[in-house]
Design a protein around this ligand. Structure first.
Ligand SMILES: *Cc1c(COP(=O)(O)O)cnc(C)c1O
Length: 239
């Protein structure tokens, strides 16, 4: 039997506070300041009502993967003043709507989409915040650039005035083993360090590592994640 709306929003408040607690505990365990790990609530396949319930419980950042699904929810939640993150694959014919309606894009993985997002971003005073998605293991179905292509893509993005390059993002192959999870996250953190070194002469400093989901956020925090993207642990299973 489906839960009634009041019950569901009560559950979300509870799940959010549990997730926040776990994030803090993980941060402290790895000698990090809890406030340096930002929680992105991944609301794909969940309704605007549930997003509003999470907002009511103090959540500000929301992630969506599918543009067509996200747009009406963003519209419905306009009065709440939330921050929207695009975390799905960026298709060439969708860049305009992404550039117009989102605050962040975590999944830039080619020159062409960076260029288009820049050209289509409406307000020059409000640049789109972007991360480069990096592919750390050969997986056909996932987006992301090869580690070797990160520097040239970053060098392009920092020349684009309507984009602000914030950091790197990854979705490693799923694994139950914390040591496997940590190995990928450590790779992304190392890449970011190198990149910061390489970009320092341009005055650019990347401050974001977008890594960690419901099943692996502890490992991600252990390796320096500054933004975890959590869906299931907040909103429950997607259908
Ligand atoms: C769906 C999704 C998430 C959230 O996954 P959960 O396992 O539900 O926490 C995080 N990041 C990306 C890119 C996603 O597509």
């Amino acid at each position: 039997m489906p839960l009634n709306p009041e019950h569901r929003s009560g559950l979300i408040t509870q799940c959010l506070s549990t997730v926040r607690e776990r994030l803090s505990e993980a941060a402290i365990r790895y000698a990090r300041e809890p406030a340096t790990v930002r929680l992105l609530a991944v609301s794909k396949q969940h309704s605007a009502e549930l997003i509003a319930a999470a907002a009511q419980a103090g959540q500000r950042d929301f992630g969506e993967s599918y543009l067509q699904e996200a747009l009406p929810k963003i519209q419905a939640c306009k009065p709440l003043g939330l921050t929207w993150h695009f975390i799905g694959q960026v298709q060439g014919n969708k860049t305009r709507a992404i550039a117009e309606h989102f605050d962040w894009v975590h999944t830039v993985d080619r020159d062409r989409s960076a260029q288009r997002l820049n050209d289509q971003r409406p307000d020059p005073a409000n640049p789109l915040q972007v991360c480069i998605q990096v592919k750390l293991a050969p997986e056909e179905t996932k987006g992301g650039v090869d580690p070797a292509q990160v520097l040239p893509l970053a060098q392009l993005i920092i020349t684009l005035p309507r984009l602000t390059l914030r950091g790197l993002m990854c979705i490693p192959p799923p694994s139950q083993l914390p040591e496997h999870q940590r190995r990928y996250f450590a790779q992304l953190a190392t890449l970011q360090k190198q990149l910061n070194h390489q970009l320092a002469p341009s005055g650019v400093h990347l401050d974001t590592l977008s890594m960690g989901m419901s099943g692996d956020y502890e490992a991600a925090i252990a390796e320096g994640s500054t933004m975890v993207r959590i869906g299931t642990a907040i909103f429950g299973e997607r259908r």
